[in-house]
Design a protein around this ligand. Structure first.
Ligand code: E4P
Length: 281
């Protein structure tokens, strides 16, 4: 890995304290951490099959976020609200405001669905930081842009999910390139945080594509560190279908965009199932 590769910021996509400390030591820096319900509950799975009350689980999430803050005193830390399609904007706002008291400057992750956008608009207006997650389309990105107009740079992240698009045969990296192009038409108040990155080469490609920030599994960050410049230049056919740029307008009301996508539905379900899987029935 050469210094010129580190153009974007690097976040670790994990809730594991050991992994965060390890990556910070390996790189000599770490710009942030993204947690989500799935990677958080994984840290509690110790083979005992213990289950928790909702409040108990939230308390453990809070403790974990505060422990991450002690390893990363100034980096960005993303904390995700619990949401499914039935969760209202008001319910997301209540959760977000509570999570915002856990640490200074948290980025609150909200799903990029209609209620998530309404919540984002309100929270940004109150000066809070947000990270709009589960992004698979340019229409979602345009809606995020419009819903958060007026935010300062650093306040709003958008997380396009590269790996989950790749899993369906679509080239997730094209979405990142399309969002870079889309946002060149506007101000720069939304930062692109490329997510769902499973390999070192995906990570390098996301940085080259112009993502402002890349969040990745620790194993992929380690792989990226070990890549040589010839690894990075070698081009292999990926067999994925390209995602064309649509030049979506950035000046409509955000409720006008078509932001539905099957991967949003399955993603919401996966996060909710993982969280509920540890709750007492
Ligand atoms: C990070 O913000 C995302 O939640 C994460 O990258 C999702 O990764 P996955 O698609 O591998 O679950």
């Amino acid at each position: 890995m050469t210094e010129t590769i580190h153009k974007g910021k690097i976040f670790a996509d994990t809730s594991s304290l050991e992994e965060i400390a390890e990556i910070k030591a390996l790189l000599g820096y770490l710009d942030g951490v993204t947690t989500n319900p799935s990677n958080f509950v994984k840290t509690l799975m110790d083979g005992t099959e213990r289950v928790y009350d909702q409040d108990e689980l939230l308390e453990l999430y809070k403790k974990r976020i505060q422990e991450i803050r002690s390893i990363l005193p100034t980096g960005s830390i993303s904390v995700e609200v619990y949401a499914d399609h039935k969760t209202s904007a008001e319910e997301m706002i209540v959760q977000a405001e509570e999570m915002n008291t856990w640490i200074e400057g948290a980025h609150i992750k909200l799903p990029t669905i209609p209620a998530g956008l309404v919540a984002a608009k309100e929270l940004v207006g109150k000066g809070m930081n947000v990270n709009l997650t589960l992004v698979f389309t340019e229409q979602q990105a345009a809606a995020v842009y419009v819903a958060t107009i007026g935010a300062r740079r650093g306040q709003v992240y958008i997380s396009p999910f590269i790996g989950r698009l790749d899993d369906t045969g679509m080239r997730g990296l094209d979405l990142v390139k399309n969002l870079v192009q889309l946002y060149q038409k506007g101000d720069s108040h939304v930062e692109i945080l490329a997510a769902s990155i499973r390999t070192g080469t995906q990570l390098a490609a996301a940085i080259s594509a112009g993502a402002d920030i890349v969040t990745s599994y620790p194993a992929a960050i380690k792989e990226w560190v070990g890549l040589s410049s010839s690894d990075l230049q070698s081009k292999t056919e990926d067999g994925l279908k390209s995602i064309p740029y649509e030049d979506t307008p950035l000046h409509q009301s955000f409720s006008v965009y078509n932001i539905s996508h099957p991967l949003v539905d399955s993603g919401l379900k996966r996060f909710a199932d993982d969280w509920r899987g540890l709750i007492k029935s």
